[in-house]
Design a protein around this ligand. Structure first.
Ligand SMILES: C[S@@+](CC[C@H](N)C(=O)[O-])C[C@H]1O[C@@H](n2cnc3c(N)ncnc32)[C@H](O)[C@@H]1O
Length: 205
């Protein structure tokens, strides 16, 4: 089974399984570490059924906006059922490795539970850097440590069996190569958080 087929299948029961009161408590406190501000434009990559949406909207307010992208049709459908009626939320079927969004158009990009699943992480980072405004923030977050993610993926399905986070030095290297600075990585039981900033300077100069 491909990863995309796996996530399409999971969409049916995703919220019952993962949208728990415990996760809400975790996200309520995690969201404050994202550095979000009122009125900002946020892109949630691999947003699935939209678990992060209410938390993001609460911080950016009605003057801000949230764009959710996901490449699994069933995830996008579930997310639209929940949030398409909100004036400042848009939900698109897109693959982050081939993003069709204007350059320099977002203040913050969030990826919750996404990064290990990317086939070409460098390509995805390059695309995310392109659509961030100079000085914009990238957030890669998980409700597990990198070691816990590795063990979890190994046990759930052959589709994601080898999906892991890069080591800290490798993560630093690929983020810098993609044009990110101010990289901070926290990796502890129950939480992985990587924050990075798009350089103000043109990386191609
Ligand atoms: C572990 S789920 C997390 C979903 C959501 N962020 C959450 O926490 O509930 C990973 C999501 O990333 C999506 N995904 C994986 N690779 C992707 C890609 N290349 N482009 C866009 N979405 C992708 C999957 O379809 C899936 O919905």
């Amino acid at each position: 089974m491909s990863r995309k087929a796996y996530f399409n299948e999971l969409a049916k029961t995703w919220d019952q399984e993962y949208d728990t009161p415990e996760l809400s408590v975790f996200l309520k406190s995690l969201i404050h570490q994202f550095g979000l501000k009122l009125g900002q434009r946020v892109l949630d990559v691999g947003g699935g059924t939209g678990i992060l949406v209410p938390f993001l909207i609460k911080v950016v307010g009605s003057a801000g906006s949230v764009t959710v992208i996901d490449y699994a049709e069933q995830m996008v459908q579930k997310c639209r059922l929940k949030y398409a009626h909100l004036h400042n939320v848009s939900i698109e079927l897109q693959d982050v490795e081939a993003l069709v969004l204007p350059a320099a158009s977002f203040d913050v990009i969030t990826c919750f539970g996404l990064f290990p699943h990317l086939t070409n992480k460098e390509k995805a980072l390059h695309q995310m850097e392109r659509v961030l405004k100079p000085g914009g923030k990238l957030v890669l977050a998980h409700a597990l440590s990198s070691a816990e993610i590795k063990a979890h993926h190994r046990s759930v399905s052959s589709a994601v069996r080898f999906d892991v986070l890069p080591t800290k030095p490798e993560m630093n290297r690929i983020l810098q190569q993609a044009g990110f600075t101010e990289i901070r990585i926290t990796d502890e039981p129950g939480c992985y958080l990587c924050l990075a900033t798009k350089s103000q300077r043109n990386k191609d100069l």
